[in-house]
Structure formats: C-alpha cells, structure tokens
Design a protein. Structure first.
Length: 118
C-alpha cells in the first residue's frame, strides 16, 4: 500500500503545482472578468508537462480516491476557464513585441541613414 500512497501523492503534487501556477498568473479584475499575465516559456512547459504526467499516471493506476480526482478536475476546469484570457494575453504580447521590433528596425534605419550623411 505505501507505493499507492506515494503514487497517489503524485497526483496531489501535480494538483498543487497547477493550483499554484493558476493562482500566480490570474487575478480577478473585480468586474467578473479574470485577467492573466503572460506565462513565461518555462511556465508553459511545466504546465504541459504536469498535464501529460497526470494523464499518463491516471491511465496507468488502479482506482484513485475520488477526492483527489475531484481536486485535480477542479484545477483543470479552472485552467479551461482561463484559456481564453491566456490566449488574449499572448496575442496582446505578440502585438507588443511586433511593435517593438518595428521600432527597433526603424531606429536601425535611422542610424544607418545618419551614418551615410556624415
């Protein structure tokens, strides 16, 4: 039975990490909308890794206590609800980076023209 307890705690650990990440990236704007910050690449990698590990673990295990599954399901549903906000935040960040790239390109052209006129 200790092996089952250890492996079951793996799901608890993944659920806890998922909960912590979702808590750090989201905040309630007070008007019923939840806003998210941009996820760092390593956070996105961690998130996908945790979901994959949990899925593999759940498929390979004997029945897991319902409360642990319910806790994990709650966090996955919470993630599902945040996905539109995460997507919008990533699109806004992409737009900001494209503007910044254009500003740097324009500045580089200006420097090049300035050198040519000197």
């Amino acid at each position: 039975m200790p092996v089952l307890e250890f492996k079951t705690s793996t799901l608890d650990k993944i659920t806890g990490r998922l909960r912590q990440l979702l808590d750090t990236i989201s905040n309630d704007a007070g008007n019923g909308e939840v806003q998210t910050r941009v996820l760092a690449p390593e956070e996105m990698t961690d998130l996908l890794s945790w979901l994959m590990r949990a899925g593999q673990w759940l498929r390979s295990q004997p029945p897991v206590p319902e409360q642990q599954i319910a806790d994990y399901r709650t966090e996955v549903q919470r993630l599902h609800g945040l996905l539109p906000s995460i997507h919008a935040t990533l699109l806004a960040e992409r737009g900001r980076l494209e503007q910044e790239r254009e500003r740097v390109r324009t500045a580089g052209e200006w420097v090049q023209r300035s050198r040519e006129t000197l």
